[in-house]
Design a protein around this ligand. Structure first.
Ligand code: HEC
Length: 126
């Protein structure tokens, strides 16, 4: 294959790979009454706790500890206001955050929408 063609194909593949990491402007609409225990903690346990635990980095996002660490330490959750919460910015990392979380791949749009809804509904321990 000619080098130029190879370069073009590689660029296209690279660009489409980046495209997949983008968070869509419109997140999915999620149900009301999001539950921290049933909806949010499982996301944190699966996607965050392997790094966020006492042996590694704060906040501790393991089951039984995540709620308090997220709210107590003022880690960017403003109950009732997902838009202004720093956590939102971190999760929508493909846009602008300089501290994207998780660092390697963004959460699914559905999971981001659930966490934002939970914050907007008052970030309750429910
Ligand atoms: C691969 C490891 C890893 C994963 C997975 C991960 N984080 Fe992090 N997180 C870090 C590291 C390292 C820092 C510290 C970054 C720094 O201070 O620059 C951090 C910092 C943070 C902070 C800010 C703490 C502070 O003191 O400002 C929050 C909040 C956070 N992560 C939330 C999350 C959430 C929520 C998830 C899951 C959706 C997640 N992280 C997944 C490694 C990870």
């Amino acid at each position: 294959m000619p080098t130029e063609l190879f370069a073009v194909i590689s660029t296209v593949l690279l660009l489409s790979a980046c495209e997949n990491d983008k968070i869509p402007e419109e997140l999915p609409v999620v149900k009301d009454n999001v539950s921290f225990a049933l909806d949010i903690q499982p996301i944190l346990s699966a996607q965050c706790a392997r790094c966020h635990n006492p042996a590694d980095v704060a906040p501790d996002l393991r089951k039984g500890f995540a709620y308090e660490s997220l709210l107590e330490d003022g880690k960017g959750v403003i109950p009732g206001n997902a838009e202004e919460s720093e956590l939102t910015e971190m999760l929508e990392w493909a846009k602008t955050s300089d501290n994207p979380m998780p660092p390697t791949t963004p959460l699914s749009p559905l999971n981001i929408a659930l966490i934002k809804k939970w914050i907007d509904e008052g970030a309750q321990d429910n």
